[in-house]
Design a protein around this ligand. Structure first.
Ligand code: MN
Length: 376
């Protein structure tokens, strides 16, 4: 066999709850399982030989049995696919691990906490790896079984790429990769996908998480799928996420009512994400300048948006169109504040001016009672 078809996924975090979503948190939690089911279907449809899961399949070992049962049932439903699992820091392979507590599907191969090599003779392939035993794993993996070049050599591992051995999450250095003898190293841990790259003779990639879990995990998420041979790696990214987290700046200059603003945001989203706009989670940052006297009701705009999209939250970064000079002459506390700020801005260094102007705007909004504690 000259090549092997793999699907590389990691960091599914089944059972993770995005608590900031409030009433949606439970359904979002169920979607981590549904996304895993999609990965399993893809492996079957694409006639994958080996499904590599590089850690953090479960968000923690404290996962309810119903989720574990479903995961193992899905795995057992694709008996022709060999599934290799290396535990990550979220679901370490200790006595509490679902992979230790329950009986496993016969096509699931769990990588040990010591250096480990699993041989699939029928595929002429070996899979190396090492599982986390506890939340932390220091040092660098060592493999006593040296790669035999007559096999396709794969590695499935959770860890942190870095230049030294200082990580608490399994340091993987470029020297280690270059001397590994691997044809492909399937990495987990970093939730942001990297392109497939080559170090020495080894191809390597983080596939990222298949489902974003917050507004620090933006955009399309998925897995890598393709063929690996001794001298070639043809992996392609395949999106599998049910929803995307997205952060968008929307200019609402000149608009005044919540209705108009909500419509403007929706039109923007429909144009940018014609097929998926209703399904995504959005952090919308309102920008532009609005007339003095316009009072934005973030609550009303949010409510209107949430009629049309799965989830949206707003941040107000608009500026008020103001005549500062006239304001500074007002014989009021607000007038004095504006006057003092203008003097400060005038004498400030160039790089501080923008920050001070922002402070001036926040201050003016505060006089109208519009500033909330989470304004930032
Ligand atoms: Mn993770």
């Amino acid at each position: 066999m000259n090549s092997v078809k793999i699907l590389h996924c990691a960091d599914v975090h089944i059972g993770a709850a995005e608590s900031s979503l409030g009433t949606l948190a439970e359904s979002r939690r169920a979607e981590t399982l549904i996304t895993f089911e999609k990965i399993i279907s893809l492996a079957k449809e694409q006639n994958v030989d080996i499904l590599l899961i590089a850690g953090d399949l479960f968000n923690s070992n404290n996962i309810e049995k119903s989720f574990v049962d479903r995961v193992f049932e899905c795995m057992a439903s694709i008996p022709d696919v060999k599934i290799v699992y290396a535990s990550g820091n979220h679901d370490p392979l200790n006595a509490d691990s679902p992979f230790k507590k329950y009986s496993l599907p016969s096509n699931l191969y769990v990588i040990d906490t010591k250096d480990h090599c699993i041989e699939f003779k029928d595929l002429n392939t070996r899979v190396y790896g090492k599982s986390f035993k506890e939340v932390y794993m220091q040092g660098e993996p060592v493999f006593s079984i040296k790669p035999d070049t007559s096999f396709i050599n794969l590695m499935c591992i959770h860890g942190e790429l870095r230049s030294d051995l200082g990580s608490d999450y399994n340091s993987i250095t470029s020297d280690f990769i270059k001397s590994s003898g691997m044809d492909y190293i399937a990495l987990g841990h970093v939730h942001k996908r990297t392109e497939v790259s080559k170090l020495g003779d080894s191809f390597i990639a983080y596939c990222g998480c298949p489902e974003g879990q917050g507004f620090d995990e933006l955009g399309e998420k998925g897995i890598y799928l393709g063929e690996i041979s001794k001298d070639n790696c043809s992996l392609e990214f395949v999106p599998v996420c049910k929803r995307m987290h997205l952060c968008e700046n929307v200019d609402i200059s000149g608009l005044a009512t919540s209705n108009e603003i909500a419509e403007q945001i929706l039109n923007y989203l429909k144009e940018k994400y014609p097929d998926t706009y209703a399904d995504n989670l959005y952090k919308i940052i309102l920008v532009g300048s609005i007339d003095d006297g316009v009072r934005l009701s973030l609550a009303e705009i949010t409510t209107r948006l949430n009629d049309s999209v799965y989830f949206a939250k707003l941040r107000d970064k608009t500026e008020i169109k103001l005549d500062y000079e006239t304001l500074s002459k007002e014989n009021t506390l607000k007038g004095v504040f504006v006057k003092n700020m203008l003097t400060k801005i005038e004498s400030a260094k160039e790089n501080e001016k923008e920050q001070l102007l922002y402070a001036l705007n926040i201050g003016i909004k505060a006089f109208s009672g519009e500033v909330h504690y989470d304004e930032a």
